[in-house]
Design a protein around this ligand. Structure first.
Ligand code: DP6
Length: 349
């Protein structure tokens, strides 16, 4: 017999960034963060997990290619989930798995991203959230989404925020065992549904410095990062929660753009410096800043993660349409580009 579960998890984009760990193995951050979860029909991971007595070992395929499961992060997630597994019964198929059987059963995991892996579009966030959620369903865990988020966190910090839709806060927590470092839903996706997210894929190439090693270098070498974590972010978290609750776009845009810029400033303050944005990213920032200033009130917020791709949040659909027109005007697609998915500044997609 074989038992299967499929789940789909969208990625999330931080508007107040997580950058820096106080505990590397448990993945505990030096500051709280806030993100927006994207619509599941766009950037998401789909994962199918299966269990069968005929499986000889745990195995995983990512986008059709087998990958090693020996990494500590996969193992932490698998261990945490297995230790909480419960009895499973599928009457139709005549399958009965007792709690204690899970120790000797192996799982196969097949995961697909519908967007470039590791190009700074938070693929690890959707990936680990989906892995943890689908395994938790397969093994019939009784934990709620918040408790599952603390397990997903051990796969990749940002993954904990993808267990909920809408705006989500990852509370950094205080406990040394990480039990209170988990995601908390702030408002659901219906709360502020006029917002439109536009992503300009500036480059689909894999980023040069992974978030994990980049933030490790920052914590060790940047004098700015401690000031950011202790003095700046705690205030911004409170202001951002209020802006989201009041649907106050001006404050929201101001905080998102400032926080993205401070995150990249901290990267530049790292030794050796980390450059995630490129000239095209900088041109997009100038375009949005000029437009916002000429309107007198912000129309679009921008934020950049660990890569050059721009995530822009328009205050409504009309603004999003104008934004797309402006982008097409400033970055005309090459004659041979595929207009449905053309990449600004890099024709490799
Ligand atoms: C810039 O969650 O990918 O996207 O915990 O080491 O796996 P690890 O890092 P990761 O870092 C994400 C960093 C960021 C900001 C954010 O998502 O908050």
């Amino acid at each position: 017999w074989i038992l299967m579960v499929t789940a789909q998890t969208p990625t999330n984009i931080a508007v107040i960034k997580y950058w820096g760990k106080r505990d590397e193995s448990l993945i505990l951050p030096i500051n709280s963060s806030i993100s927006v979860t994207l619509d599941p029909s766009h950037l998401c991971t789909t994962t199918t997990v299966s269990v069968s007595p005929s499986f000889q070992q745990d195995r995983m395929w990512l986008n059709g290619k087998e990958i090693s499961l020996s990494g500590g992060r996969f193992q932490s997630c698998l261990r945490e989930i297995r230790s909480r597994a419960c009895d499973v019964e599928d009457e139709k198929k005549g399958i009965k798995i007792a709690k204690k059987d899970w120790e000797n059963l192996h799982v196969h995991i097949a995961s697909y991203n519908n967007f470039p892996t590791a190009a700074g579009l938070a693929s690890s966030a959707a990936g680990f959230a989906c892995l943890v959620f689908s395994l938790a369903k397969l093994m019939n865990l009784k934990e709620d989404h918040g408790q599952l988020s603390a397990i997903a966190r051990q796969g990749s910090g940002s993954a904990c925020r993808s267990l909920f839709g809408g705006f989500v806060k990852w509370d950094m927590g205080k406990e040394s065992d990480g039990s209170d470092s988990k995601a908390i839903p702030l408002v659901d996706e219906k709360h502020w549904d006029e917002l439109v997210i536009v992503i300009a894929v500036v480059s689909s190439r894999q980023k040069e410095t992974s978030s994990t090693s980049g933030m490790r270098d920052t914590v060790v070498t940047s004098p700015l990062v401690q000031y950011r974590a202790k003095e700046v972010v705690p205030k911004r978290i409170i202001q951002m929660e209020e802006a989201i609750s009041n649907r106050d776009f001006s404050t929201f845009a101001h905080l998102s753009c400032s926080d993205s810029n401070q995150f990249h400033a901290v990267c530049l303050d790292t030794s050796p410096p980390i450059f995630y944005m490129n000239d095209t990213s900088h041109r997009i920032i100038s375009l949005v800043e000029k437009w916002n200033r000429s309107e007198g009130t912000p129309q679009v917020a921008y934020t950049f993660d660990a890569g050059p791709n721009a995530v822009m949040i328009a205050r409504n659909r009309t603004v999003a349409t104008t934004l797309l027109q402006k982008l097409l005007y400033c970055f005309p697609p090459q004659a041979d580009a595929d207009l449905d998915s053309y990449v600004i500044g890099d024709k490799s997609l």
